[in-house]
Design a binder for this molecule. Sequence first.
Ligand code: ZN
Length: 256
Amino acid sequence: MTFLRALWDILHVAWFANPIYCYNRFVVFKILNSTNFSLVYRYIYDERVRKIGTVIYLHNVIRNKIMSKKSTPEYVKEIRRNQYSMDGNIEKIFSECEITSYPINVFQIARKLEFDIIYGKFKQDNVYGVMWDGDEPLNVGGKQMYRAILLNKQDSLERQAFTVAHEIGHFMLHCKDNTNFYERYHGGAEQTDSQKLIEDQADFFAANLLLPKKLMKAYISQHSNLSRSDLISKTCKDFLVEKDTVVRRFEELGYE
Ligand SMILES: [Zn+2]
């Protein structure tokens, strides 16, 4: 009887679920809701478990202790609710992450948001980075990470900083507590209109974060004796930002 019950449990779980990975003695399954893929249910089968109720209990134990998503700070939730203007978002981030001067340390902001930052080499040349925020770990070289930014170690510091700022933009604008977010951020790829909109929003957020309006206005008036091209070069060095981004930002701020 016990054997039959165990067999039934195995069949029941296996029928509905796709195994995703093994964790110690547990086999972890997930069931994707057919109408909404963002809803993921997991069932766990353990050879000693005989009731689905126990299975769900174990699932909750594992979910809370091992599989839970990292928490989101309150101020990020406020930003996601559009509580502030873009400048307000940036000021909020700076006060929460103790950013007081340029160049803006976006790595410090990412670490405050509990991102693991990993450097590596991607198989494809045009990949700037990967971002993951989820309730299952991303396994990188044996290290399990729930919230991570993977950077191309061959990129310049300026490029890496923009990638981190871009991913912080996604985290602030597009990530949600109840869904997982994965992006492979790369250049030169064709995008659908909706992907392009999201990417443009993240880029705009990144430019605002690296070259914030209030700081830039003060900086530009402080260096009004410089020619435009000298000011652009100096801004690139002082703010550790690539030239294209500085030029675009100057245009946005009305310095033609
Ligand atoms: Zn992106």
